[in-house]
Design a protein. Structure first.
Ligand SMILES: Nc1nc2c(ncn2[C@@H]2O[C@H](COP(=O)(O)OP(=O)(O)OP(=O)(O)O)[C@@H](O)[C@H]2O)c(=O)[nH]1
Length: 512
């Protein structure tokens, strides 16, 4: 082979490697989309997982085609399901709004506004959540206005204000709660549904229940619409990414098959010409005859070789431009993925969810303890808080790395959650620290479940690369006292934790 052809081959190989690398970055992007979308749609999760497996195993890019087609199909069904849940959301919202219309004693302006809003929601294209959202927000304001309207008007001149509130509550409460539960079927809403159910259970009055319903309703609709529009944008991006990968795969496959065919035929032509040349030299009778034959044949061979060089050059140029286009698309795609990922994480934090453990976060704890405290002030039933800290957690990070530390946090969080009662509120307070609010439990009765928590963590069969790892927690707890506020009680639980740490760890301590 000539130096020139050697360098062409090297160039082609380099280009192929770069194409492969770029395809694999595209797949990484798909991978990250998969992670972001995970949990929203079982079938899509499964198809994306299969696509990822396919990418690892496939020897030829054409083998990926069925995976990409299947993923596309399940993306489509995901879109359809999303559109259906949106339609359901709209009809549930209308149901709530219409039952509100039957409320007696509503101010006539409020009633008119309500009618207008409901008409607007009815006439809105159900696929545009952003248009429904402001109307729902207005509906919320009306709900509040109705709740607090204390003057009977021309619609019900004989109703006493108290009766109005009562009628309103008894009429509305059932449809509100059932409407809200319906709205909460989505996994996105699951964490706030849990909190909602807890709060409804401990509410003191119908009025407080109504407040909880109203704020939950607002929260659900807000989250749903945010999540919906983000997911819709993500679906579009994944669709585009898949289409790009698909097109590039098909293109490179088609052109390389095409080029291979052309090259094969050129190579066999060259072989044939060389054979003919050697036959002619054998049959030549004089030196000048030989000269003529060789000149003629060499010129034909030269033309064929040049043709082959041209074809290879063309292939190399085409691959290069496909590569450049892919690189440009990838840059944009990665930026968009990062943007959505960050938005998604911010959204979680805003919604009171810790992104690592999926437990309520510090903000959610602050809100919840304030509520429980206010309730406790009104109805002083035992209220306890426990602060939990993983022992020697720094060593886990130092010895095995941050990602093992993160996994440990997730496993401990899960174990704590599973081992607590439904009425207990567990949050990640920060770092390797958790906090539990326990209602209606006498301190003497709190020690035992906390001791069970400690044992449950101690029993987790942790292993890092087949080496068993012993993880323990220390717990400090206290019960609210008459002079307490949320901070003094927390500080006392923290002191109890300090005592647990300084008397050997892996224990539960109580401070009065
Ligand atoms: N992997 C991981 N580590 C975290 C996270 N948040 C905090 N940490 C680490 O948790 C460790 C806490 O260490 P320390 O406060 O010294 O306490 P400790 O090692 O648990 O020791 P004791 O509490 O005294 O038993 C620090 O190394 C933090 O970097 C997190 O989200 N992930």
């Amino acid at each position: 082979m000539t130096d020139k052809s050697i360098s062409e081959v090297i160039k082609l190989r380099e280009i192929n490697t770069r194409i492969e690398t770029n395809l694999s970055s595209t797949f990484k992007v798909i991978d990250r989309f998969g992670v972001i979308l995970k949990g929203n749609h079982k079938e899509l999760d499964h198809k994306l997982a299969e696509l990822r497996k396919g990418i690892k195993k496939a020897e030829d890019s054409s083998e990926l085609e069925p995976f990409i087609t299947a993923t596309n199909q399940s993306l489509k069904s995901f879109e359809v399901e999303f559109a259906n849940s949106l339609r359901e959301l709209k009809s549930d919202v209308l149901e709530i709004g219409e039952s509100l219309q039957s409320t007696k004693g509503m101010d006539s302006t409020v009633r008119r506004n309500l009618r207008m809003i409901l008409n607007k929601i009815k006439s809105t294209d159900s696929s545009i959540i952003t248009e429904i959202q402001p109307n729902i927000a207005n509906l919320m304001k009306l709900l509040v206005a109705v709740k607090f309207s204390d003057v009977a008007n021309e619609d019900a001149p004989n109703d006493e204000p108290n009766n109005i509130a009562e009628t309103f509550n008894s009429n509305m409460m059932q449809s509100l709660v059932s409407g809200l539960i319906k709205l909460s079927k989505s996994d996105v809403i699951k964490p706030s549904l849990d909190t909602f159910s807890d709060r409804i259970k401990i509410a003191d009055s119908e009025d407080q229940k109504l407040d909880i319903c109203l704020s939950f309703f607002e929260d659900v609709v807000g989250r749903f619409s945010e999540e919906f529009s983000q997911t819709q944008r993500l679906i579009l991006n994944i669709n585009k990414a898949l289409a790009d990968v698909h097109a590039t795969l098909l293109d490179s496959l088609k052109s390389s098959k095409n080029y291979d065919k052309q090259l094969k035929s050129l190579n066999s032509q060259i072989d044939k010409q060389i054979k003919e040349l050697s036959d002619s030299t054998n049959s030549a009778t004089s030196l000048s005859d030989l000269q003529v034959v060789i000149d003629k044949k060499l010129s034909v061979i030269n033309t064929s070789i040049r043709k082959r060089d041209d074809i290879e050059q063309e292939r190399s140029d085409k691959l290069q431009s496909a590569l450049n286009a892919m690189e440009a698309k990838l840059g944009g795609l990665e930026q968009r993925t990062d943007y959505y990922r960050n938005k998604w994480l911010e959204e979680k934090v805003r919604n009171g969810i810790d992104t690592l453990t999926s437990l309520p976060n510090r903000g959610a704890y602050d809100n919840r303890i304030q509520e429980e405290y206010q309730r406790w002030l009104r109805q002083p039933q035992p209220l306890s808080i426990a602060v939990i800290d993983i022992d020697h957690f720094k060593k886990i990070n130092d010895n095995y790395g941050h990602s093992v530390g993160d996994k440990t946090l997730k496993i401990v969080a899960n174990t704590l959650k599973k081992s607590l009662r439904k009425t207990d509120f567990l949050a990640r307070y920060g770092g390797e620290e958790f906090v539990v609010i326990m209602v209606n439990s006498d301190p003497s009765k709190v020690a035992e479940p906390l001791e069970n928590l400690r044992k449950a963590v101690e029993k987790i069969p942790f292993k890092v690369k087949d080496t068993p790892l012993n993880i323990t927690i220390s717990i400090g707890f206290t019960a609210f006292l008459a002079a307490d506020n949320v901070h003094t009680a927390f500080d006392r639980a923290d002191k109890a934790l300090y005592e647990a740490k300084h008397t050997g760890r892996n224990r539960v301590c109580y401070k009065k």
